[in-house]
Design a protein. Structure first.
Length: 77
C-alpha cells in the first residue's frame, strides 16, 4: 500500500516591522542547573541587548548583563 502524500503548511502571516528601535532580551531565572546553556548565556552577556535577573550567586559568571535579583511577590513580573 503506498503512503499518502503529506504536505505540511503554515498559516500566512503578514510581515510587520517591529516598532522597537533597540529591542532587548530579558531573562529571569534562578539558573539552578549552572552548566546548562552556560555558553549561550556567556555569549549573550557580551552583547548590549540582554539583561539577566535572579539570585546573584547563580549568575556570578555573567559580568556585564546581570541586573540583580527581583522580589518574588507575584507582582513584579
Amino acid at each position: 500500500m503506498p503512503s499518502p502524500m503529506f504536505y505540511p503548511s503554515c498559516n500566512l502571516s503578514r510581515y510587520a516591522p517591529s516598532p522597537l528601535t533597540q529591542p532587548t532580551l530579558t531573562y529571569i531565572g534562578v539558573n539552578w542547573d549552572r552548566r546548562r546553556y552556560r555558553s549561550l548565556f556567556m555569549a549573550l552577556d557580551s552583547l548590549d541587548t540582554v539583561a539577566f535577573y535572579g539570585p546573584q550567586k547563580a549568575w556570578n559568571f555573567i559580568h556585564h548583563s546581570y541586573r540583580g535579583s527581583l522580589p518574588f511577590d507575584g507582582k513584579v513580573y
